[in-house]
Design a protein around this ligand. Structure first.
Ligand code: FDA
Length: 326
């Protein structure tokens, strides 16, 4: 049942009509609890509050699966503006971006040029850029872009997704980068990724331990208190200094724990997503943890969104049934 719910929300996250529609709706369905506004000013206010509480931020100007050059160019300009405002406001913050937002699915050279402009500008201000990792289809191309850019710039790092079988090789190859280690958020085939929670969690812990002992700087990005407690014991046992790692969580999730970790003296970074393109991000959060539906249930659905999601749900279930009957 869990997998059906997960697949349902992942299929919703990739629904183009709903993705397009959501840009016009403004933040709805409870997304306002986990997305820090639709514009730069709202996001800056949130980041200032987090900084004041001793929390560093990684800012994601939401957007993904872009197939038109104008949209990718607009995203690039928006990210450049965010970099400028991090600098002007002297924020304790860096950037997270998705290569698909900047043209990965359009043309690799075009994407590379966009990324170069962003990384160069950030480098001038000593701001770090994290390449978020997307689905398996985009994985190798994203690493290739990282390789290309890191021959000139050192203010970049990326994400290792523990559900991939190849994650151990990747973490070894990129051990000298600042790496964020996550479980993995997309639906992947059994041929490339672990499918069950036990295997993913086991690999996740192994990767974190390995990178804490051998890597440059480790961002442990999880809301899982079992993992967090394990890491606390591990760093204590191996006397790993607190400036070699940080915990990361998403904006709006386990907020009390975010503040508690800061109080305990750990470095903490909140992932702050903002912008009009909130829909795919929000649906993946529901896929990870259907309890997040509480966020949604508290909201009064607007008629149009209700109908669209209803149609998408019917389509999804029909698809599942047809598949089963085959
Ligand atoms: P998981 O969802 O496995 O939950 C484990 C347990 O933790 C639950 O059973 C529950 O007990 C507890 N728990 C979890 N969430 C809770 C909550 N909200 N409240 C109370 N208890 C809770 N993915 C990706 O593919 N590419 C990327 O670039 C990124 N980037 C990224 C950045 C950051 C900062 C984070 C936190 C996550 C990502 N992810 C990601 C998403 C990641 O891959 C993963 O899908 C989610 O973090 C969900 O997995 P968790 O490890 O958080 O716990």
């Amino acid at each position: 049942m869990d997998n059906i719910v997960r697949d349902f929300f992942i299929s919703l996250s990739q629904n183009k009509t709903l993705n397009q529609g959501a840009k016009k709706w403004g933040l709805r369905l409870g997304a306002q609890n986990v997305v820090a506004g639709t514009n730069v000013d709202e996001m800056i206010e949130s980041v200032k509050k987090l900084n004041a509480a001793g929390i560093s931020c990684t800012i994601d100007n939401l957007g993904e699966f872009v197939f038109e050059k104008e949209v990718a160019l607009k995203a690039k300009e928006q990210i450049l503006a965010v970099i400028e405002s991090i600098h002007t406001n002297d924020l304790d913050a860096h950037i997270s971006l998705k290569p698909s937002q900047l043209g990965l699915d359009i043309d690799l050279d075009f994407c590379s040029e966009n990324l170069k402009e962003i990384v160069k500008k950030a480098n001038e201000y000593n701001i770090f850029i994290n390449f978020d990792m997307e689905d398996h289809a985009r994985l190798q191309a994203s690493f290739d872009l990282l390789d290309e850019l890191s021959s000139t710039y050192d203010n970049i790092g990326t994400v290792i997704q523990a559900y991939f079988y190849r994650a151990k090789d990747d973490i070894e190859k990129y051990k000298n980068y600042r790496l964020r280690i996550v479980k993995g958020a997309y639906k992947e085939e059994e041929s490339v990724a672990y499918q069950n929670k036990h295997d993913i969690d086991k690999n996740y812990i192994e990767l974190i331990e390995w990178h804490l002992l051998n890597g440059k700087f480790t961002s442990i990005a999880t809301h899982d208190h079992h993992v967090i407690n394990h890491v606390k014991e591990f760093v204590e046992k191996h006397t790993i200094p607190k400036d070699k790692f940080e915990f990361q969580m998403l904006y709006g999730f386990r907020v009390d724990m975010q503040h508690a970790l800061v109080k305990e003296g750990y470095h903490f970074c909140t992932y702050v997503p903002f912008g009009e393109d909130w829909y795919g991000y929000f649906m993946r959060r529901l896929a990870e943890r259907p309890q997040n539906l509480n966020l949604l249930a508290k909201q009064v659905f607007n008629k149009k969104t209700n109908t669209l999601i209803g149609v998408a749900a019917a389509g999804f279930l029909l698809g599942r049934l047809t598949k089963r009957n085959k």
